[in-house]
Design a binder for this molecule. Structure first.
Ligand SMILES: NC(=O)c1ccc[n+]([C@@H]2O[C@H](COP(=O)([O-])OP(=O)(O)OC[C@H]3O[C@@H](n4cnc5c(N)ncnc54)[C@H](OP(=O)(O)O)[C@@H]3O)[C@@H](O)[C@H]2O)c1
Length: 331
């Protein structure tokens, strides 16, 4: 079998930045249901940090990375939606996108529209599809209507700035939290109706003030441990807390009686990968995202670029809350 060589970033055990190793790997031909893709750019995500550090435990050795764009080089038996030469992008399990070339399941790989650049494709798939399922599919009883308030934490981050724009396009009043006044200004520029600097303001009190004491219908909370209980206090009766991340650490076990005491609340802990379970759902969600980006309603803002070899610097910046918008690794 013909083999191609690729640079790749691998870890041999969970741990700090020192575990990130640039290595040479051999890449073979795609098997049934697989494709081989030569990357043009790779997306950086907070989940890469959980997987490196061991917040999410995975078998070792592990090639990191969940998002990229590139050109299809070969397709395996049974793959009909892609062919060699196609421009493509994906957010997908299993990890392994931190590399030049890889073989992977075709199911989550989508053709990239010609008007979307490779850099944008690499930056937007995991984060944009996450916003798609959060705002479109993770809703309270009775759904969300134009004019409704929602609270979105970390609103100036990669997922956050896409959410601000998508929420505005849906007519939602997004209240965004962020850790500095500069980040708050950025979230407002991207469509947040209100912002709260939660490093110095009490976000529960401000949400009550903004909503005339009623609270919001949904809180989208990816910060986790530091915000979870306070997020419950921002909800109106029957409201929904969607905890979709743990940037500050995992949420402590919950006494579900609290949900009754605080107004018959709902809690969900969703992940993108349930939504990407089939080729059909992946493509439908991607088509929605592509339409939002191609029409200019959503601008995918790439504020940081690092060479693949400098991946440790990229992780350091994201972990230290020094980034805004999306970050990509260049090849
Ligand atoms: N479940 C899913 O399907 C899914 C999919 C995609 C992403 N996510 C989650 O969504 C979140 C955003 O992902 P992203 O890649 O776009 O990252 P990001 O938002 O660009 O970066 C994380 C942000 O979280 C905030 N944060 C608050 N406390 C923090 C702490 N103790 N340490 C580090 N950051 C902290 C920081 O913003 P401030 O300085 O403004 O606080 C930081 O910039 C992550 O939690 C990620 O795991 C979940």
């Amino acid at each position: 079998m013909a083999m191609t060589r690729s640079k790749a970033v691998r870890i041999d055990q969970h741990g700090g930045l020192e575990e990130l190793k640039l290595v040479d790997v051999e890449v073979g031909e795609p098997g049934p249901g697989e494709i081989r893709i030569r990357h043009k750019a790779v997306g950086l995500n907070f989940i890469d940090i959980y997987q490196r550090a061991g917040v999410y435990k995975l078998p070792m050795p592990l090639q990191l990375g969940m998002e990229a764009s590139g050109v299809i080089e070969a397709v395996g038996e049974g793959v009909t939606h892609l062919k060699a030469g196609d421009r493509a992008a994906y957010a997908s399990q299993p990890p392994g996108s931190y590399c030049e070339v890889r073989v992977m399941p075709a199911k989550c790989v989508c053709k990239l529209p010609d008007d979307i650049s490779f850099d944008t494709g690499a930056a937007m798939m995991l984060k944009g599809l996450t916003v798609q399922y959060l705002l479109r599919r993770t809703q309270p009883q009775g759904g969300l209507q134009a004019g409704d308030h929602v609270l979105f934490h970390a609103a100036a981050g990669g997922v956050g700035l896409i959410a601000c724009q998508w929420a505005k396009a849906l007519g939602l009043q997004l209240i965004g939290t962020a850790g500095s006044d500069e980040k708050c200004a950025l979230a407002r520029e991207h469509g947040a109706a209100f912002t709260i600097n939660y490093s110095k303001e009490d976000f529960v009190a401000r949400v009550k003030e903004i909503t005339g004491g009623r609270g919001v219908k949904v809180v989208y909370d990816s910060v986790g441990r530091d915000t979870f209980l306070k997020s419950l206090d921002c909800l109106r009766p029957f409201g929904l807390l969607a905890n979709f991340g743990n940037a500050s650490g995992k949420v402590e076990p919950l006494d579900i009686g609290l949900l009754a005491a605080k107004g018959s609340l709902y809690v969900s802990r969703p992940t993108l990968f349930t939504h990407l379970a089939t080729r059909e759902s992946t493509q439908a969600m991607a088509d929605d995202l592509f339409a939002m980006v191609s029409s200019g309603k959503i601008d995918i803002r790439i504020d940081q670029r690092f060479a693949l070899a400098d991946v440790a610097e990229a992780h350091r910046s994201l972990e230290a809350r020094k980034t805004t918008g999306c970050t990509i690794l260049t090849l």
